[in-house]
Ligand binder design. Structure first.
Ligand code: C5P
Length: 218
């Protein structure tokens, strides 16, 4: 608990990843992209032919994964799967399997292990509520569904992938609904979280806000 943590939770495509990477860079801290752990579990399960309905099989898959993290790259059994993890289909399966308590339990220790000096910025859905409840600063990041769908679309366009704005918005709203209504570790702000809506706020201003909040508490 001596190792400082800032948690950034929020819905899909709210900009958590970009914000946490930028805050971590500014502070010189480590990052945990917890969504990537659910995504890589989904990918490993799909490859092993484990069904999204098989809670125990999924948890066993999560525990058996041979993972390595090299900066922002994720290696599964030595193979760099970082790009594949960003696929919408993998994200959707991650959302489905993350509702299983045994899957969440299987990924708990792995996530706690990212807490290392000089500090950690952790982003996801339950960083402030379940994984790091003692974090020194908790952010709940939001943006309108329209703003989030547009960001997702621009990310895809940048990768040369075409998609429909309406489909993306429907997908992310479905994913949020599932994340909010599941019984275990639902998406919700921690009681002591500070809310930040970045629909109108640029990344630089968002980073400065978080760092200012952090400094004000030291
Ligand atoms: O954040 P990202 O889109 O990569 O997360 C993929 C899925 O993993 C989310 O839709 C959510 O269901 C799940 N997730 C979770 N808890 C976290 C992070 C992600 O349940 N801490």
């Amino acid at each position: 608990a001596d190792i400082p943590v800032i948690t950034i939770d929020g819905p899909t495509a709210s900009g958590k990843g970009t914000l946490s990477a930028s805050v971590a860079a500014q502070l010189g801290w480590h990052t945990l992209d917890s969504g990537s752990l659910y995504r890589v579990t989904a990918l490993a399960a799909r490859r092993a032919g484990v069904s999204a309905d098989d809670e125990q099989g999924l948890a066993a898959t999560a525990r058996a994964m041979q993972l390595r993290f090299e900066g922002v790259r994720v290696l599964l059994a030595g193979e760099d799967v970082s790009d594949e993890l960003r696929d919408e289909a993998v994200g959707m399966m991650a959302s489905r399997i993350s509702a299983w308590p045994a899957v969440r339990a299987a990924l708990y220790d792995l996530q706690c292990g990212f807490r290392q000096l000089p500090g950690l910025v952790a982003d996801g859905r339950d960083m402030g509520t379940v994984i790091f409840p003692d974090a020194g600063l908790k952010i709940f990041l939001t943006a309108t569904a329209a703003a989030r769908a547009e960001r997702r679309l621009n990310q895809l366009i940048a990768k040369g992938i075409s998609a429909s704005l309406d489909d993306l918005r429907a997908d992310l709203e479905a994913r949020d609904e599932r994340d909010r209504t599941r019984a275990t570790a639902p998406l919700r702000p921690a009681e002591d979280a500070l809310r930040l809506d970045n629909s109108q706020l640029g990344i630089e201003a968002s980073v400065q806000q978080v760092v200012a909040w952090w400094n004000a508490r030291q």
